[in-house]
Design a protein around this ligand. Structure first.
Ligand SMILES: *[C@@H]1O[C@H](CO)[C@@H](O)[C@H](O)[C@H]1NC(C)=O
Ligand SMILES: *[C@@H]1O[C@H](CO)[C@@H](O)[C@H](O)[C@H]1NC(C)=O
Ligand SMILES: *[C@@H]1O[C@H](CO)[C@@H](O)[C@H](O)[C@H]1NC(C)=O
Length: 325
C-alpha cells in the first residue's frame, strides 16, 4: 500500500518538472516599476524597492513562467498600507474604506458564514498591519452553543433587548404584565443551545369587587366596581367617631385586606344624670369621643362608691355613677 503511494507521488513530480522545463519565453518587462527582479531560467525572484512591500506576503517572492506568463509575480504596495484581507476561517473579509479625521482608513468588514457569528465586526489597518487582537480563528465563532431568541410566554415580556442569537450562558428575565402574577423562575439560561428551566407562567390575578362598607364610616373617594391587585382605598369615620386600625383596605389576589372600626362617641344624657343624682363636674360638651374622660359630681347626697366619678367613654358606652342621701 505504502509503496504504491510512493510510486504515484514520484510519477507526478517527474511529470511537473518535465512540463516546466518545456516552457520558455516569459516577458521580462511590464512588471510593477517598484519591483526589483532577478531571473534565473523559468524562475523569477523579486522584491520591492525600499518603502514598499509585496502585496501578499513577506519581503521577497518567487514567480514561475507557465505558458508564457509569470505565475506568482506580485505588485508592490506602500509599507504602511495593509495587504489583502487575510483568510478568515468560516467567514470572509471584505475590503473597504472609512473616512476618519479626513483620512481614508482601510478596513476589513467581517462576514461570517451561515451558522457562525462575528465576534469582531471589522478590522482596521494600523501601520501596515490588520489590527487583530487575537487569532483569526476567533473572529467567526460557531453558533452551535448559541440559543435562538427565548420563547414567548403569555402575558409576559423580557426585560432585555431582543437579539437573534444568545451566546451560551447568557440569561434573560421575564416580567409579567400588571395584574398577572409569576409562577416559576423569572430568569432562564442558555445552556448548550437550549434555554433551561423554562417553567414560568404569568397567571391573572382576579380583581376585587366593590370594597366592603364601613359601619359609621365611608370611603374617602368614590368607589368603583372593580379594583386591581395591590390597589388601595382609604376610609374615614363620621365626625366624632374615632378610627381603630389603619384607614386602608388593599385588594390582594382578589380579596380586600385591612381591618378598621369606627368607635362611637358617648352622649351625656341630662335625664339619666338626674336619675342618678349627678351632674357634670365642670360645664363642658355633652359629646365625648371614644376614650375621652369625663368627671361627675353629686347633686344629692354622696356617691354610692360602686362606680367612680371619673369615667372614660368606651365606644359609645359611658357608665354613670349614682349618688344617694
Ligand atoms: C484585546 O483582547 C483582550 C482580551 O481578549 C482585551 O482585554 C483587550 O481590551 C483587547 N484590546 C483591544 C485594543 O481591543
Ligand atoms: C404592590 O405595591 C407595592 C407598593 O405600592 C409594590 O412594592 C409591590 O411590588 C406591589 N406588588 C405587586 C404584586 O404588584
Ligand atoms: C337619688 O336620690 C334620692 C334621694 O336620696 C333617692 O331616693 C334615689 O333613690 C336616688 N336615685 C338613685 C338611682 O339611687
Amino acid at each position: 500500500m505504502h509503496a504504491i503511494t510512493k510510486i504515484l507521488f514520484l510519477c507526478i513530480c517527474s511529470l511537473t518538472s518535465v512540463k516546466s522545463q518545456a516552457i520558455t519565453g516569459c516577458p521580462t518587462t511590464s512588471f510593477d516599476r517598484r519591483l526589483k527582479v532577478w531571473q534565473h531560467g523559468d524562475k523569477l525572484y523579486f522584491r520591492c524597492e525600499d518603502g514598499y512591500k509585496p502585496l501578499s506576503k513577506g519581503w521577497w517572492g518567487e514567480a514561475t513562467c507557465v505558458h508564457g506568463v509569470w505565475s506568482g509575480v506580485e505588485s508592490c504596495i506602500e509599507e504602511q498600507k495593509c495587504r489583502e484581507a487575510p483568510e478568515i476561517p468560516n467567514g470572509e473579509g471584505i475590503l473597504g474604506n472609512t473616512e476618519q479625521h479626513g483620512q481614508t482608513q482601510e478596513m476589513i468588514f467581517i462576514d461570517c458564514n451561515e451558522g457562525y457569528s462575528a465576534k469582531i465586526e471589522e478590522l482596521t489597518c494600523r501601520d501596515g498591519r490588520w489590527d487583530l487582537n487575537g487569532s483569526l480563528d476567533d473572529i467567526c465563532k460557531s453558533n452551535h452553543d448559541n440559543c435562538s431568541p427565548p420563547p414567548k410566554v403569555e402575558n409576559a415580556v423580557i426585560t432585555t433587548c431582543y437579539r437573534k442569537q444568545y451566546p451560551s450562558r447568557s440569561e434573560v428575565t421575564y416580567q409579567c404584565f400588571d395584574n398577572y402574577i409569576m409562577e416559576g423562575k423569572a430568569t432562564i439560561n442558555c445552556i448548550a443551545g437550549e434555554w433551561k428551566e423554562l417553567a414560568i407562567k404569568c397567571l391573572q390575578i382576579p380583581p376585587c369587587g366593590i370594597p366592603p362598607a364601613l359601619e359609621d364610616g365611608d370611603t374617602k373617594t368614590a368607589i368603583k366596581e372593580h379594583y386591581s391587585h395591590n390597589e388601595t382605598i382609604e376610609y374615614m369615620c363620621q365626625s366624632h367617631y374615632i378610627m381603630e386600625g389603619e384607614p386602608y383596605k388593599t385588594c390582594l389576589y382578589g380579596e380586600w385586606t385591612g381591618h378598621m372600626r369606627c368607635l362611637r362617641p358617648c352622649i351625656v344624657n341630662e335625664d339619666e344624670m338626674r336619675q342618678h343624682n349627678i351632674t357634670l363636674k365642670s360645664s363642658g360638651t355633652k359629646y365625648l369621643v371614644h376614650d375621652e374622660i369625663i368627671e361627675f359630681r353629686c347633686t344629692r347626697g354622696l356617691s354610692t362608691g360602686t362606680v367612680a366619678m371619673r369615667q372614660r367613654c368606651n365606644s359609645g358606652v359611658l357608665v354613670l355613677p349614682t349618688c344617694r342621701e
